[in-house]
Design a protein around this ligand. Sequence first.
Ligand SMILES: Nc1nc2c(c(=O)[nH]1)N[C@H]1C(S)=C(S)[C@@H](COP(=O)(O)O)O[C@H]1N2
Ligand SMILES: [Mo]
Length: 317
Amino acid sequence: MIIKTKKDIPSSEITDPLVFKNRRQVIKGMLATLIAGTGISPTLANNKSVWGDLPKGNFSSDSLTLTPAELIKNYTNYYEFSFNKEDSTSLAQNLITDPWSVEISGEVEKPGTYYLEDILRQQSLQEYIYRLRCVEAWSMVVPWVGFSLGSLLKMVKPLSTAHFVKFTAVYQPKAMPNQLSNTMLEWPYIEGLRIDEAMHPLTILAVGMYGDTLPKQNGAPLRLVVPWKYGFKSIKAIVKIELLKRPPVTTWNKFAPNDYGFYGNVNPTVAHPRWSQNTERQLGGSFFTPRRQTELFNGYGEQVASMYNDMDLRHFF
Ligand SMILES: Nc1nc2c(c(=O)[nH]1)N[C@H]1C(S)=C(S)[C@@H](COP(=O)(O)O)O[C@H]1N2
Ligand SMILES: [Mo]
């Protein structure tokens, strides 16, 4: 067994509560090792991440211009806090993220509740530079720090009956005002993937961004990132991962199934009922920056299109 549940671990090995205070150090330490391995010093170049000159792994492209960190941090969608992109930044600072554990259950051989620190110890962190395309037709390029979701799932050994994965975000109404006052959406926020999508090497769990831990407003301490799907699929502040036989009911799809498909694959040919998805506004551009032509699967079609061979993508997203 690679990840240990609490009862399997001798008390000397259980993560000390003090470690929770130092998650930032732990993550930065893991990243420092990554850097040391390349012999490149982590200096911040203009508009590049601390890791900008590192090998990017297999899935990041060098042709992407990163969106400035200040924009990514101050223009967020986090509806538990606010429907206003500028307000969730300060409100999210009230979220308690220490300690943090994730319950993994359902169709797996090794269910359990795992401290985030114990999960991180088993994973290798890497930078993934991905486009993020919101269903509202804006986009950015984010240098995430994270690890493969598939690699975590393999450790808990999915059964052959695991066809879908359900993700549940934290319910913390004392910190998240809309969980009490807004009844338009159901809380906690829930998202889901098909098992092959969850196991796909592009799908990651992010714990950081721009070479540091995740800002709370961007989903700390642990969020999903699925770069070929609209942003609403990339659920923040995950506390539960369930492997299921049947597709889960997800927050946005339940609210408006015609506007927010379960798959949510980026598709310029399928308009939202109230706007076209053909182009997108790139955050961080100037007044003169042209809108970007939105690409099928957000430009990741070469890697992911084969998963959807039996779907008619002209009418489907
Ligand atoms: N828990 C939770 N996760 C969420 C959301 C949310 O409101 N709550 N918003 C989603 C939407 S609509 C988008 S576009 C992305 C935005 O991520 P960012 O704010 O880090 O840019 O987060 C997604 N994950
Ligand atoms: Mo979004």
